[in-house]
Design a protein around this ligand. Sequence first.
Ligand code: PLP
Length: 398
Amino acid sequence: MNINNIHGATTPFYLYDTALLRTTLDAINTEVKRIPNLHVHYAVKANAHPCVLAEILKAGLGIDCVSGGEIQTVLDAGFDPAKIVFAGVGKADWEIRLALEAGIFCFNVESKEELEVISQIAVECGKVAPVCLRINPDVGAHTHSHITTGRAEDKFGIAMEDMEYVIGLCALLPNIEFLGLHLHIGSQILEMEDFIALAHRTNELQDRLEQQGIKLRIINIGGGLGVDYDDPNNNPVPNFHDYFAVWAEHLKLRPGQELHCEPGRAIVAQCGSLITRVLYVKEGHEQKFVIVDAGMTELIRPALYGARHKIENITATQNLRLTDWLFPATDTAVYDVVGPICESTDVFAEDIVLPVTRRGDLIAIRSAGAYGETMASCYNCRPLPKGFTIDDLSDTDA
Ligand SMILES: *Cc1c(COP(=O)(O)O)cnc(C)c1O
């Protein structure tokens, strides 16, 4: 990428490396070829930018949605409804209706109350609703407590002790077709032990159901695989091989059973950077602050979860690819990098070493492709950020 081309673009904006996204999708598809009956649904809440969706569509993945808006977005983008799964603890009536009319593959149902409403609406629409039950497996994950979803105290899913009862309801309620179980324990999980624990729990549940003569066509193990936020340059593609090896080794699938999964972050995090310009370098008495023109409105993860992203001053580099930014050996200083929003948590980094930074410099906040642009807000009446691919910016002499 010619860095000069992004000088003129209006900051802040998201920059997507579609070549890296394709490499990542190829890595997943290599695993899909190895494991029979593996179906991958991209969790579109991570990033719904059209350039991202176009690559995911080309790679042949299905989609995991958590809202009617997401279902509509991916239908408009050309995805096959028969590859869409739909989760979420609070599905509204119109969202259920939309999913039924579209003919999605499966609802991941999170409560018996929801199951009853889906049944009613399915009867009204004259459709049959295929469902997996999302079971809360009470498996913790070594990740930030705000992004675990599979502990008994989390709001997601149906308690294990209610599993048989709700499966029984599926048989009783009209226009419901029971397909299997869905489990999702959280996000940004890097300890394979957590997934192994989930595999073991799933085996227990499956054994228990089999003893009662209940067969599962589908096991959906959710998403959650993490990425290397500290070192995106050396680890641009997550280790899908080890991740899928966990399931191949520990999950006891029955003959003909389908394994479904729903990675979001692992597919898109590393392909995106938030590009922002330095407005001021403020010399405080204790700290030096690099004040940039992006804030929690563009990337809320640091403010919301205490997340940390690698930050690079890219102005000093020339003619480098997005993944190859290097620092020249110049003078450095220690800075806090902060946004302009009127919130004390609007901080991207504290006490980091950067090359000596000046007003006008461009900063890349790396690994921002997941839960970045999709979580942007208009707080402080700010405009939503735009997203570009590297090609977009080199086509124009922006
Ligand atoms: C968010 C979500 C995912 C994707 O999680 P990642 O950590 O981005 O892989 C998958 N399944 C469900 C049900 C989700 O809510």
